[in-house]
Write a protein that binds this ligand. Structure first.
Ligand SMILES: Cc1cc2nc3c(=O)[nH]c(=O)nc-3n(C[C@H](O)[C@H](O)[C@H](O)COP(=O)(O)OP(=O)(O)OC[C@H]3O[C@@H](n4cnc5c(N)ncnc54)[C@H](O)[C@@H]3O)c2cc1C
Length: 518
């Protein structure tokens, strides 16, 4: 084991492994600058999980950071544009819905929008008063024009993508352009050094592969951190019950069917159904609690959902794929010379598509803070563990908020979600605070919060939470600032609706023409 950290060995070739490899190799200019090597080992016998289609706007930064072309990515990963999520039936199980768009509320940070909303526009849905983006989603608009350069936005956006195509796309880029060494082989065992570090991984055909830093991207098996080091998974099932999913790929009814530019998330008796529009198909799945519903009942629920949509006949013939998971995260994410990224670090239900975002944040921090020596690694590891424990805790609270505020009473699942014992104590405390003031940077004070206060506004008020704000707190100029922001939403919404193509039209265009590279 050398004192210098020169050899990064990534085990696992799913989205997590290739994103981590791409970020580190691109940042450290592996092919041009000697000194650092990045090797990715993936088993020919264990397939990547092949689900995970929703992303965050951070994915634009990550893809740009590793130097891929957005046009190539969209073409090769069957990707589409995503502007946020539409939550249907979450508040009371009727026909109601609300949006959590990616754009910040207009005037956010300059004006208190909540007091004037409740005083003067209480009948308007909060997100629709403060953001033009719900209108764009309702009308199937793309977030940019054909002339908008790669990765630039008119309205903030992320992607929906085909998970089965994303890893191979990144692999081609990482090996051809970024100098990542790729070994297809099964890791059979792990060898320890005297000090307890990992000295080498031992593969079937390539023998021992030595490294200075190991990144465990082996999915749910968590071969290095979970199995070798025995770092336990901290279960969050008492807060977030969902541990099962049924996933299916649904063809469009016609070749020119609209492509939604948001994830549709529809609440059901024991969970919720995701509906994601890619270019050539939809990805649909029911995430549910196995303790509250049998697999057969869940499949009937999913089939009922598909029977009501376009393409119902084709969907009836499909067989859903069952996935099981233990909601939780590792007590320690970086132990000795091994750090886990992706499913090996943890997983909670994909309600806000936070898993790939956590992969991106992990890869970025590992790369930015890559320790030069083994002695520095423990310092970096402690910082990493602090940052990511904090992020996992906040993610659990934010997801729980979606359930806690629901008034649904059609099943034990929903009432169990409101049981005080299932509510993280910090969230319960914050809900008390938010009766009197809106979520703010004082509640979420780190520079890189996983969910900023604006996201809490969208979900809290979308779910029907109505605070008792103190009536005298509004600053003198606030009402005028807020009214101006509301008027801007109307004006911007009209001009964007007139100028933006539909999601389908822009994606069709990109099959023949490229976005401009800057
Ligand atoms: C139902 C469901 C829905 C999801 N939806 C979303 C979503 O909308 N948005 C989102 O961000 N995320 C979502 N996720 C999470 C997302 O799928 C993962 O975060 C992402 O795919 C990364 O997976 P991974 O690379 O960590 O693991 P995997 O894809 O499982 O890859 C594991 C890799 O490890 C390798 N490996 C395993 N054992 C060995 C061994 N012994 N030797 C060598 N290699 C080995 C395998 O070959 C494979 O390459 C969802 C997950 C589930 C379960």
């Amino acid at each position: 084991m050398s004192e210098q950290v020169r050899r990064v060995v990534i085990v696992g070739g799913g989205s997590a492994g290739w994103l981590a490899a791409g970020v580190i190799a691109a940042d450290h200019q592996i092919p041009r600058v000697p000194g650092l090597e990045v090797t990715l080992v993936e088993s020919p016998a264990v397939s990547p999980i092949g689900v995970g289609e929703g992303t965050w706007p951070s994915m634009r930064d990550t893809l740009r950071r590793i130097g891929v072309s957005e046009t190539d990515f969209i073409r090769e990963c069957d990707a589409s544009f995503k502007q946020g999520s539409r939550f249907a039936g979450w508040s009371n199980g009727g026909g109601e819905h609300y949006y959590h768009p990616f754009s910040l509320p207009q005037g956010y940070g300059e004006a208190d929008l909540v007091t004037p909303w409740l005083r003067d526009h209480a009948a308007a849905p909060y997100a629709e008063l403060v953001s033009y983006q719900p209108q764009l989603c309702e009308r199937g608009r793309a977030p940019k024009q054909v002339t908008t350069p790669e990765f630039a936005a008119v309205a903030n956006y992320a992607y929906h993508l085909d998970a089965g195509k994303f890893g191979p796309f990144l692999q081609r880029h990482c090996t051809a352009r970024l100098g990542v060494r790729h070994i297809v082989d099964h890791v059979a065992r792990v060898e320890s050094a005297d000090n307890g570090d990992i000295a080498a991984i031992v593969t079937h055909a390539h023998g021992r592969i030595e490294g200075d830093l190991y990144i465990d991207c082996t999915g749910f098996s968590s071969l290095l951190l979970g199995q070798h080091y025995g770092v336990p998974l901290l279960s969050v099932q008492p807060q977030l019950f969902n541990d099962s999913a049924l996933a299916v790929q649904v063809p469009y009814a016609t070749a020119d069917a609209p492509i939604a530019s948001h994830t549709l998330s529809t609440a059901r008796a024991a969970g919720w159904i995701w509906d994601i529009g890619l270019q050539t198909r939809r990805g649909v799945g029911y995430v549910y609690s196995g303790a509250h519903m049998s697999d057969d009942e869940a499949e009937r629920t999913l089939r009922d959902y598909m029977a009501n949509g376009a393409g119902a006949d084709a969907a009836a013939a499909l067989s859903p794929r069952k996935l099981s998971f233990r909601p939780g995260y590792r007590e320690t994410l970086w132990h000795r010379n091994c750090v886990a990224v992706g499913l090996s670090a943890g997983f909670v239900e994909p309600l806000e598509a936070s898993a790939l975002a956590l992969v991106e944040f992990s890869a970025a921090m590992i790369s930015d803070q890559l320790p030069a020596t083994r002695a520095l690694m423990d310092v970096v590891a402690a910082r990493f563990n602090d940052a990511f424990r904090y992020r996992w805790e906040r993610a659990v609270e934010f997801l729980k908020l979606h359930y806690l505020l629901s008034k649904r009473c059609d099943s034990a699942y929903w009432s169990d979600h409101r049981a005080p014992a299932s509510v993280p104590p910090r969230l319960a405390e914050l809900l008390g605070v938010w009766q009197r003031q809106s979520p703010s940077r004082y509640d979420f004070y780190r520079i890189e919060e996983i969910f900023p206060s604006a996201s809490y506004h969208y979900v809290l008020y979308g779910m029907g939470f109505r605070p008792q704000l103190p009536p005298v707190a509004e600053r003198a100029e606030n009402a005028a600032l807020a009214q101006r922001a509301f008027a801007e939403v109307t004006t911007l919404g009209k001009s964007m609706l007139a100028a933006l193509p539909t999601n389908r039209a822009l994606l069709n265009h990109l099959q023949s023409y490229r976005l401009q590279r800057i």
